[in-house]
Design a protein around this ligand. Structure first.
Ligand code: NDP
Ligand code: HEM
Length: 443
C-alpha cells in the first residue's frame, strides 16, 4: 500500500499527453562537408526514441485536440545522446523565452474556475503579433492531424553544424512523413475526441505491432555561416521559416519506428528530452528561444523525475559515460577513483578537441528580450505567404471556420472578437473579412 501511495510522478508541465516508440536513423548521403557529428555520417545507423505529444492538455486529455504536436527525438549515438526536441510545425508562437510561461498559462486552466479560456488565448495572441504565423498553422487542418504517423516533424530552431575543418553552417531539420499528410477537419477531430481520446497512442502502437513501421525522410536546410549576418531577416527568429527558394531542402537519410516500448511509465513517461544534449559537430545557435530551452529541460527533469534521471535506462547514453557528477537521490552509477577534475591520478579528462570549431564571435547588443534586427522582420509576411501561395481554397475555407469556431466560445467577448478580426486582417484582408463575417463582427 505504501508503494501504491507513491506511484505518481508529476506530469510534464507541458506536453503531458503523449506516446512514443523506438526506431533507427539511417544516413544515406555524405554531409561530412557540413558536420562531423558521427550520427550524420553516410552509412551510419543510430538507434532512437521518438515521443509525440499534444502541448496543452493534461495526461488524460484527448489526442485529437487542436494543438501543435511535440516531436521529440533522442538519438543514442556512440558519442552520447543527441536530442532534437521539436514540433510538427517549423515555427513557434513567440520569439522571447520570457513569454513562454505566460503563453502556456493562457492555454492551460484558469486559476480561479479551473476552466480553459479562449478569451485569454486571443487576448495573448492579439497582443503578441509574432504569434500570427504559428496561430495560422494551428488554425489550418494541420492543427488536428489524423495520426502522428501522418504529420511532419521539425527541429524548428536554427542550429549550428561544424565540420572536421571547423567550418560552420546554420541548419534547420525537416522530418517529412513517408505516410503522407493526413488531417482531421474540426468536426472529425471533435468526433474522435469522444470516440477514442487515445486514438493517436493506439494508432502508433497498433501500426508498429502489425509490422507497418512508419518512417520519415530526414531533410536539412543549410545556410552558410556568413549569410546570417546580412540575411534579409533574422535567421534565428523562431517565428519564421527559411523560404525554400533561398535554402532548398536536402535529403540526408530516413528514420523508421520499429519497436514499441514494453513499459509506458519506465520508457515514455520517464523519458527526458533536452535541447541541451548535443554531440561534437552540432551546437546551439543564438536563437533566444533555444537559449532559454537549453536551461529549462534538464531543470524540469531534475524536479519531475529526479536528480539522477540520466541514469534511468531510457535516458542513459549507450556510449561510455565518464562523469564527475555524484550522489543525489537514486544514484547508482558513481565515479570511483579520482572523484574530481583536474586530478593527478589518471581519471577521465575532458577532450576540448572534440568541440573544436564550435566557437564563433557575435556582434551586437545584449538585450533581455528578443527584438527585431532587420527591416524585414515583420510578423505578417510569412503567414500571408502561407495564405496566398500555399493553402488551397478548401484549406482556406477550413482555416476560417476553425478560427470562427475557436473564437465563438461563450467566454470570448465582443471586444475580443473585434481584435480577432483585426489580427487576421493584418495577415490578409480577405481572411479578416471572412473571419468578421463568421463572427458577426461589423466594422
Ligand atoms: P514553398 O512553396 O517552397 O514551401 C511551402 C511549404 O509549405 C512546403 O514545405 C509545403 O510542404 C508546406 N505546406 C503545404 N501545404 C501546407 C499547409 N496546408 N500548411 C502548412 N504548410 C503547408 O514556399 P516557401 O518556402 O517560400 O514558404 C512559403 C510559406 O509556406 C511560408 O511562409 C510558411 O508559412 C509555409 N511553409 C514553409 C516552410 C519552409 O520551411 N520554407 C515549411 C512549411 C511551411 P508539405 O506539404 O510537405 O508540408
Ligand atoms: C516539453 C519548456 C519551447 C517542444 C517541455 C517541458 C518544458 C518545456 C519545461 C517539459 C519537459 C518534461 O517535463 O519532460 C519550454 C520552454 C520553451 C519551450 C521554456 C521556450 C522558451 C518549445 C519549443 C518546442 C518545444 C519551441 C518545439 C520546437 C517541446 C516538446 C516537449 C516539450 C516536444 C515534450 C518532450 C517530450 O516528449 O518529453 N518544454 N519549451 N518546446 N517541449 Fe518545450
Amino acid at each position: 500500500m505504501a508503494h501504491f501511495n507513491r506511484e505518481r510522478v508529476p506530469e510534464r508541465v507541458v506536453h503531458a499527453k503523449g506516446g512514443g516508440a523506438y526506431g533507427t536513423l539511417q544516413i544515406t548521403e555524405d554531409v561530412s562537408q557540413f558536420t562531423r557529428a558521427g550520427l550524420f555520417q553516410k552509412g551510419r545507423e543510430t538507434p532512437l526514441l521518438l515521443r509525440f505529444s499534444t502541448v496543452a492538455g493534461e495526461l488524460g486529455s484527448a489526442d485529437t485536440a487542436r494543438d501543435p504536436r511535440g516531436f521529440a527525438l533522442k538519438f543514442y549515438t556512440d558519442q552520447g545522446n543527441y536530442d532534437i526536441v521539436g514540433n510538427n510545425t517549423p515555427i513557434f508562437f513567440i520569439r522571447d523565452p520570457q513569454k513562454f510561461s505566460d503563453f502556456i498559462h493562457t492555454q492551460k486552466r484558469r486559476p480561479d474556475n479551473h476552466l480553459h479560456d479562449h478569451n485569454a488565448q486571443w487576448d495573448f495572441w492579439t497582443q503578441s503579433p509574432e504569434s500570427a504565423h504559428q496561430v495560422s498553422f494551428l488554425m489550418t487542418d494541420r492543427g488536428t492531424p489524423a495520426s502522428w504517423r501522418n504529420m511532419h516533424g521539425f527541429g524548428s530552431h536554427t542550429f549550428l553544424w561544424y565540420n572536421a575543418a571547423g567550418e560552420k553552417f546554420w541548419v534547420k531539420y525537416h522530418f517529412k512523413t513517408d505516410q503522407g499528410i493526413k488531417n482531421f477537419t474540426d468536426a472529425e477531430a471533435a468526433a474522435a475526441q469522444s470516440a477514442d481520446p487515445d486514438l493517436h497512442i493506439r494508432d502508433l502502437h497498433d501500426a508498429i505491432k502489425r509490422g507497418d513501421h512508419p518512417s520519415w525522410t530526414v531533410n536539412v536546410q543549410i545556410m552558410p555561416f556568413e549569410d546570417a549576418a546580412d540575411y534579409r531577416f533574422n535567421p534565428f527568429d523562431l517565428t519564421k521559416v527559411w523560404p525554400h527558394a533561398d535554402y532548398p531542402e536536402i535529403t540526408i537519410g530516413k528514420f523508421t519506428l520499429n519497436r514499441n516500448p514494453e513499459n509506458y511509465f519506465a520508457e515514455i513517461e520517464q523519458a527526458a528530452f533536452e535541447p541541451s544534449a548535443f554531440v561534437p559537430g552540432i551546437g546551439p545557435s543564438p536563437d533566444k528561444m533555444l537559449q532559454g530551452r537549453l536551461f529549462s529541460y534538464a531543470d524540469t527533469h531534475r524536479y519531475r523525475i529526479g536528480t539522477n534521471y540520466l541514469q534511468l535506462p531510457v535516458n542513459q547514453p549507450k556510449s561510455p559515460v565518464n562523469s564527475y557528477n555524484f550522489d543525489g537521490s537514486m544514484a547508482f552509477r558513481q565515479p570511483s577513483g579520482p572523484h574530481y577534475a583536474p586530478n593527478s591520478f589518471g581519471g577521465p579528462a575532458a577532450d576540448p578537441s572534440l568541440y573544436e570549431g564550435e566557437q564563433y564571435q557575435l556582434t551586437g547588443e545584449i538585450v533581455r528580450s528578443a527584438y527585431r534586427l532587420h527591416s524585414e522582420d515583420d510578423d505578417y509576411g510569412q503567414p500571408r505567404a502561407l495564405w496566398e501561395n500555399v493553402l488551397s481554397e478548401t484549406d482556406r475555407a477550413h482555416m476560417v471556420s476553425n478560427v470562427v469556431g475557436h473564437a465563438s466560445k461563450p467566454e470570448v467577448t465582443s471586444d475580443m472578437k473585434k481584435r480577432v478580426v483585426e489580427y487576421w486582417t493584418n495577415i490578409h484582408k480577405d481572411l479578416g473579412a471572412s473571419v468578421a463575417k463568421g463572427l458577426g463582427v461589423t466594422a
